[in-house]
Design a protein around this ligand. Structure first.
Ligand SMILES: [Zn+2]
Length: 299
């Protein structure tokens, strides 16, 4: 998954008021793009997540002019990363703005994680330049990751929205007949088979989100919910929480076509192989786990 990479790049999100040096990574975002140097262009199937692109991110010493406003982001092992908050910067030679969504398929994994996570913080800083309560210009707290209003003392914390990924399964009389529900979204150009998923509503426990989303998207009741893993998914400001759940009663799918193009039950041997190269997403991991392990995936 996107947060899983080598032990030499341990993610440390503790905020301290560090100063960047020439060797520090300094990320800059503009209109959904991250300043990136593509060091190797892949040729594989992009949708399968194994296209082979390799990237490098800019270091302060690469910039022809030092960005005026920078803040510390986090560390990955010995590397400190910073964010340039200027609207525009003088781009280092060889670096262009590449869509953060496109970077999802790039290597190395720790820089992909860095770009995605930094993009979430960049959105948070840029969307909170003014206080939502009194309208005054906000400031960055000097020693913590908080945005503060100097007029009314309001504090804004980073935005993290919980959501669920639901692997709905059914047990066959024979384990080979166990099945899983895969869905495809409507209205997206890259419509990979996926799992039921959705955001948690206010006032709703995560288990309630699972039951509601499964009922809304495919019309099934579920039981035996089991927490699997969670994963930060910065592309949508989300923490995704993965659950296995078993269909309860009638297994006839009633698909919500306003959201989904289609949904189907798949046996293990029927699952498309399009996710085998998806190293980033928990959805891909859960589908592969079911394909390879059957009911041992959730028991
Ligand atoms: Zn205020």
């Amino acid at each position: 998954m996107i947060q899983e990479f080598g032990a030499e790049h341990v993610f440390d999100n503790h905020f301290e008021p560090h100063e960047p040096g020439d060797g520090s990574y300094v990320l800059h975002f503009r209109e959904g793009g991250c300043l990136t140097h593509v060091t190797h262009v892949g040729g594989g199937d992009a949708d399968a997540g194994d296209a082979g692109e390799e990237i490098e991110l800019p270091r302060l010493g690469d910039y022809p002019r030092r960005p005026a406003k920078m803040t510390y982001l986090f560390s990955l092992g010995d590397e400190r990363l910073f964010l340039a908050l200027d609207d525009r910067v003088a781009a280092p030679a060889g670096f262009t703005y590449e869509s953060v969504n496109w970077l999802r398929r790039a290597e190395p994994q720790h820089l992909l994680f860095a770009a995605a996570t930094a993009s979430q913080l960049d959105r948070w800083y840029r969307e909170n330049r003014y206080c939502g309560r009194c309208g005054a210009p906000t400031e960055l707290a000097p020693a913590s990751r908080e945005i503060v209003c100097p007029e009314c003392a309001r504090i804004v914390y980073p935005k993290i929205c919980p959501g669920v990924i639901c692997a709905v399964v059914s047990r066959g009389d024979d384990p080979a007949d166990d099945r899983i529900v895969l869905t495809r979204y409507a209205g997206r150009t890259t419509a990979l088979w996926a799992l039921v998923a959705g955001f948690t509503e206010i006032g709703e426990p995560l288990e309630g989100t699972v039951r509601r989303e499964v009922m809304e998207e495919v019309g099934l009741s579920v039981k035996n919910l089991r927490f699997y893993k969670s994963q930060p998914w910065s592309f949508t400001d989300t923490i995704m929480v993965g659950f296995w759940c078993e269909v309860d009663g009638d297994d006839a799918l009633r698909v919500d076509h306003s959201e989904l193009k289609e949904a189907r039950w798949f046996r293990r041997d029927e699952i498309p192989l399009e996710r085998t190269g998806d190293r980033a997403s928990m959805t891909g991991e859960m589908i592969e786990r079911f394909r390879l392990m059957g009911r041992a995936a959730w028991e």
